[in-house]
Ligand binder design. Structure first.
Ligand code: ADP
Ligand code: ZN
Ligand code: ZN
Length: 678
């Protein structure tokens, strides 16, 4: 129906793939990308204007007026809107849901209060005293670094994608810094994505120290709302030269963006695991290609998909083959065979003796165990019963420090049971090890050692991880015990020994990507040893020293692991030989989600058969998710697999349209394209 008043088309944060029409008498195409506030379901909600029209299918008496068009702040830039469109198409998530959630929370809050957001004073990030040790001047690049830098800097100004593959300590950061300097010299901005900002304080210090006169801002979810907005605006106005952030930073508006760097590109944290399940790395490649700038993906252990992109000629590979510090060599990797040596409390006498000798020499050691808490289970000494979470299909993890059982999936906490639920006996034993137990065992065996634990529990307080890493650099600690938080990019020259405890479980997990992830983590952790003139050593406690993951680790040959993994993937027709998508669904009642999944499976089969043979998508049986029950919900997943991405995407589009029509309110579902845990 034609309308005299212009109609503003608004995308909302709702799970519906459509926009909504509202009257807006002064609407114009300049409003596209602006935040708006509209009446919706009896509430005022924030949306994004996506278009202007002069007619609507909605009957005029039902059309409502917008409450506010936020013109006090700039609209989302058109290239960011294009990025959202890409995510909408590729990840099959509604435009509004993506667009609203990339905007800093304070902008949304201000809009909802029908106010312009209050400006806070801009801050400048300055080099802190702790970074006094960091060189302000750039070192001379070695041959490998120079070749990599020449390639990247020569490509500035148009799209190109580079894998910067360099063993740990080979000086990738230095290549980034040079490439950033070349970008800034052209008057452009640089965007650097890192896995977890709090784990890369050294990286921040390097950047701040190297570019003291430039405006450097950050974007990550842990920032105070005011600071996040200030930094966003500096980026958006072009005033910020460098943006460093976690995955969400890929959506930061940067009018002069000239270079994107994704550090530790293999890291799983680049994939958002809730809400819109995007991969920031893959979105970054798309962004670089549309705006026309180079993207550099850096890693010592690239994702198998990334290596496949090199093989297919989509990315070009730049290799750094030597440790940058001349005297630094790769650590020697040795195995402690758990078949022939006992490990009470998780640590063998051999590993303890090696740690002791290390700290007696005045050097430092690191112990890596990929599980936090004291013990992954408590066991009844009489009958073997183990307390489980009431809302998840998972055992409760024993945290001795707070004397509680905690569910690592839903966060539920209880007191340890007084008596066994099955046999009523009252003696329990902790089973297996976590970081807390290894820490306790180390304290008992080496009472004078200065030990710190690094895991999510121990570093919850802001800045506590940074404090531990500073203390390590300053030599105030002897031993670090921790999870994969230890693996990421730290550079501690005095760490000469790395112990690996309890990695076997992850190596043999059901998830086909588990071995790849463990190979990456172990190579990263091992890379913490021997980063200076002091020789490094890695001791791995295992029952399976012949597993390809450990063999590759020992030979410092990640490529060898990748070759072995690729043979297996090809045999089983897994990525990168095929493309995957998961339909994930959950409901409070199991029969509801079962019925939904059966219907979805049949719909997918019917849709897949209507395609030409070559485009066939394989529709699997719905199965229970790895964690079948979480927070009281029963969870199922349906895998769709195809050798052709377009065939998979076409089927997903059709399937989602059917699922949305069925509108089953008791079942929550989401599509996960390129899932990383299956
Ligand atoms: P990566 O990120 O590849 O693990 P880093 O960038 O942390 O490696 O570099 C490892 C160490 O080598 C750092 O201490 C860094 O300052 C130093 N370094 C890097 N490049 C050079 C160079 N060309 N000359 C001297 N030292 C270098
Ligand atoms: Zn019992
Ligand atoms: Zn739980």
């Amino acid at each position: 129906m034609a309308s005299e008043t212009p109609i503003l088309l608004v995308a909302l944060d709702v799970p519906l793939a459509k926009h909504f029409d509202f009257l807006c008498k002064d609407a114009s195409s300049d409003d596209i990308g602006r935040l708006v506030v509209v009446p919706f379901s009896g509430k005022q909600v924030v949306g994004i204007a996506v278009g202007v029209a002069h007619s609507s299918e909605v009957p005029s008496e039902k059309l409502r007026a917008v409450d506010l068009v936020q013109r006090a702040t700039p609209p989302l830039a058109s290239d960011i809107l294009a990025l959202v469109r890409f995510c909408e198409r590729y990840y099959h998530a509604p435009f509004g849901q993506i667009a609203i959630n990339i905007v800093p929370p304070l902008l949304r809050i201000a809009a909802r209060q029908l106010k312009p957001p209050r400006a806070t004073k801009p801050r400048r990030k300055t080099a802190t005293t702790a970074s006094a040790a960091v060189a302000f001047t750039a070192p001379t690049l070695n041959t490998d670094q120079q070749m990599a830098f020449d390639a990247i800097s020569g490509a500035l100004g148009s799209y190109s994608a580079w894998l910067l593959e360099g063993i740990t300590g080979s000086g990738k950061t230095e290549v980034y810094l040079h490439a950033i300097a070349a970008t800034l010299a052209r008057g452009q901005q640089a965007l650097v994505l890192v896995p977890e900002i709090n784990l890369t304080p050294q990286f921040m210090k390097h950047i701040v120290a190297r570019f003291p006169a430039q405006v450097i801002v950050t974007q990550h979810s842990g920032m105070a709302a005011g600071a996040r907005l200030v930094d966003w605006r500096l980026a958006e106005s072009g005033a910020a030269d460098i943006v460093v952030g976690t995955r969400l930073a890929i959506f930061t508006p940067m009018p002069k963006l000239g270079l994107i760097v994704v550090d530790e590109e293999h890291d799983a944290s680049f994939k958002q695991q809730e809400g819109v399940r995007y991969s920031a790395r893959d979105v970054a490649v798309f962004r670089a290609s549309t705006i026309g700038c180079p993207i550099v993906l850096g890693s010592a252990t690239p994702a198998i998909e990334t290596l496949d992109n090199v093989t297919r000629g989509r990315f070009k590979r730049l290799a750094l083959t030597q440790r940058a510090v001349a005297a630094a060599t790769l650590p020697r990797v040795e195995f402690i065979h758990l078949d022939s040596e006992k490990a009470p409390d998780g640590l063998t006498a051999t590993l303890l003796a090696a740690i002791d000798a290390t700290i007696k020499r005045g050097e430092q050691a690191m112990v890596f165990i990929n599980r936090r808490g004291y013990a992954p289970a408590l066991v009844c000494a009489a009958c073997g019963w183990m307390p489980e979470c009431r809302r998840c299909s998972a055992r409760m993890v024993f945290h001795r420090g707070i004397n509680k059982l905690r569910c690592h999936h839903c966060g539920a906490e209880t007191k340890p049971p007084k008596a066994c639920a099955d046999c009523h006996e009252t003696t329990f034993h902790p089973a297996g090890q976590g970081t807390e137990r290894i820490e306790a065992a180390l304290r008992e065996a080496l009472p004078t050692a200065r030990i710190a634990r690094v895991d999510r529990d121990a570093t919850r307080r802001k800045g506590s991880a940074a404090a531990i890493f500073d203390a390590t650099s300053a030599g105030a600690l002897d031993i670090l015990v921790g999870t994969q938080m230890l693996a990421k990019g730290h550079d501690f020259p005095n760490i000469t020994l790395v112990g690996v405890v309890n990695a076997d479980g992850a190596v043999f997990s059901a998830d086909f990507r588990a071995a790849e992830r463990m190979a990456q983590q172990l190579m990263q952790v091992a890379g913490r040893a021997g980063r200076s003139a002091l020789p490094g050593r890695v001791l791995v406690q295992t029952r399976h020293a012949d597993h390809p993951v450990y063999q590759a680790l020992q030979a410092h040959d990640y490529a060898r692991f990748v070759s072995a993994a690729l043979v297996e993937r090809q045999l089983m027709q897994l990525p990168p030989f095929t493309y995957l998508a998961l339909l994930r669904a959950e409901a409070k009642q199991a029969d509801k989600v079962n019925q939904f999944m059966r219907d979805a499976q049949h719909a997918a089969q019917r849709l897949s058969q209507s395609h030409a043979q070559a485009d066939a998508v394989r529709v699997w049986e719905p199965v229970a998710s790895t964690l079948e029950r979480k927070a009281g919900y029963t969870r199922r997943q349906l895998m769709l697999q195809s050798p052709r991405r377009t065939a998979l995407q076409t089927l997903l589009t059709a399937l989602i349209a059917e699922l949305r029509v069925s509108d089953n309110r008791s079942v929550k579902w989401v599509i996960d394209v390129d899932p990383i845990d299956v």
